[in-house]
Design a binder for this molecule. Structure first.
Ligand code: ZN
Length: 481
């Protein structure tokens, strides 16, 4: 009996279960689940990619959840990764007449600040008390690109602060500590230069300045060793030293040459006299030459011509600045000048009229074209130089030759060679106890360029430069025609 009852119970239970299963089965409906895995809203950094979308959809039952069949998801997106903003991605899945859709919000945003890169030169330093001199920088932004031009920098208490903000409002900052140092000695400037010429008895005012890049004016710190005795002719060396606050030292040296202010009449030893003479001008380089002579207060002699009429007015300056203006020739055409003594004198007078026009007086000093020893005149008139020389003495004119040929008339165009030739011959004249009369041409630039060196050398070696006068040594050579 008991067995029968048990079987009844089991049957009932099975029936109930079957009924429940039927209810579940009939109530269960197909549905689609799109699983965003919590990513309903995502943030995407400008310039990066969308994250891998691990989004799945499956069909399942409302009650029979264990049923799962993965189905395809369709994606519809308006996301622009290169434009910050809020976008929507729409996911759709559909099967067997059941449809589901879900949206995801995508926020594209730029939160990355630009990158400032500072350029640094390991050798660079800023002198004390100076503003920082920028070594350079760049700024790059993911969205805006090169922002170097937008960087703002500010120097404060030895630090430079750099700031730049991109168009999304992200700010980058950088700073550099300025390296201060002083590696530069002061600059010593000697007024009047490294070589000064003073007349015996005149005062020598030693003027100089020293300026340091960090310390400013340090003239007061200059020490001078050596002394110039302006009452004794000679060459004196002065040494200037100055040290800045950071132990950088500058030195300079100058020579002070004390020379005699001599009159020709007072000269006893002519071997230390130099007569600089310039033929064939005035011309293009005469003004320049006059400037050099003026700088050293050296007087010379100009044997003038009218070959370059526009420069004739310079004769006035030659005379006014204490030089001797003397006759060379008006035309400088040997063929004409030497065709007869009469023609020679006609040309001579014509030139002397020009001299009178520009100086108010005539000259009684002259130099033969080619010098008194020239042989070319033989071609045009035999004995013409001899005749003119004789007549000159009667007329009260004195002619001058030279004893040093600079070589500027055909031998060389090299300034240094002219300089060497001239000083070598002066020294050898001195050794022979003779004065020096140098022939140069102020219409040759390379010759004019040698004059300053010749003067400096002469003054340093105790020579006196004088203009020719009627009483000067004539340096006559032997007349050849
Ligand atoms: Zn000449």
């Amino acid at each position: 009996m008991k067995k029968k009852r048990n079987a009844k119970l089991i049957y009932l239970a099975v029936l109930l279960l079957a009924a429940a299963a039927a209810v579940v089965f009939f109530l269960n409906k197909d549905t689609i689940v799109i699983d965003l895995k919590g990513n309903e809203t995502i943030h995407v950094e400008y310039g990066s990619g969308l994250p891998e979308a691990d989004i799945k959809a499956y069909k399942t039952g409302t009650l029979l959840r264990f049923q799962k069949k993965e189905i395809e998801v369709k994606t519809e997106s308006d996301v622009k990764l290169n434009e910050p903003g809020t976008y929507t991605i729409r996911y759709t899945a559909e099967t067997d007449g059941v449809r589901e859709e879900k949206t995801q919000t995508v926020i594209v945003e730029d939160t990355t600040p630009p990158v400032i890169t500072l350029k640094t030169d390991p050798e660079h330093y800023t002198p004390f008390n100076h503003p920082y001199e920028e070594e350079g920088f760049t700024a790059e932004d993911v969205r805006d690109g090169d922002l170097s031009a937008s960087v703002v920098s500010e120097e404060k208490d030895g630090v430079v602060y750099y700031t730049v903000t991109d168009s999304s409002g992200n700010t980058a900052k950088a700073e550099r500590t300025i390296v201060y140092d002083d590696r530069t000695p002061p600059v010593l400037t000697l007024d009047g230069g490294a070589q000064v010429f003073v007349y015996n008895g005149d005062p020598f005012e030693d003027k100089y300045t020293a300026v340091d890049d960090c310390d400013g004016d340090v003239t007061g710190k200059v020490t001078v060793s050596g002394q110039a005795d302006t009452n004794t002719n000679g060459s004196y060396t002065l040494t200037y030293t100055v040290t800045d606050a950071h132990e950088n030292t500058a030195t300079a040296e100058r020579t002070v040459v004390v020379r005699a202010r001599s009159l020709e009449s007072e000269i006893k030893d002519f071997s230390k006299v130099i007569y600089l003479t310039f033929d064939d001008g005035p011309g293009r380089y005469t003004a320049q030459l006059l400037d050099i002579l003026k700088k050293y207060d050296v007087k010379a002699t100009f044997f003038v011509t009218a070959q370059f009429p526009r420069y004739l007015p310079l004769i006035t300056r030659e005379d006014a600045e204490g030089h001797t203006v003397a006759v060379h020739t008006f035309s400088h055409r040997w063929k004409d000048v030497y065709s007869s003594p009469e023609i020679y004198w006609a040309d001579f007078d014509k030139m002397n009229e020009q001299i009178e026009k520009y100086t108010g007086k005539r000259s009684n000093i002259f130099r033969f074209p080619g010098g008194s020893a020239n042989t070319v005149s033989k071609k045009y008139c035999k004995g013409v130089v001899s005749a003119v020389a004789q007549q000159a003495a009667q007329k009260g004119y004195v002619y001058y030759d030279w004893n040093i040929i600079s070589g500027d008339s055909g031998n060389t165009e090299d300034t240094n060679q002219i300089y060497r030739t001239v000083i070598t011959h002066i020294a050898s004249n001195t050794a022979k106890g003779q004065p020096s009369c140098v022939l140069q041409h102020d219409i040759k630039d390379y010759s004019v360029a040698a004059v300053e060196g010749i003067i400096q050398w002469g003054l340093q070696h105790g020579y006196t430069f004088l203009p020719l006068s009627e009483n000067s040594p004539t340096m006559h050579r032997t007349i050849a025609n």
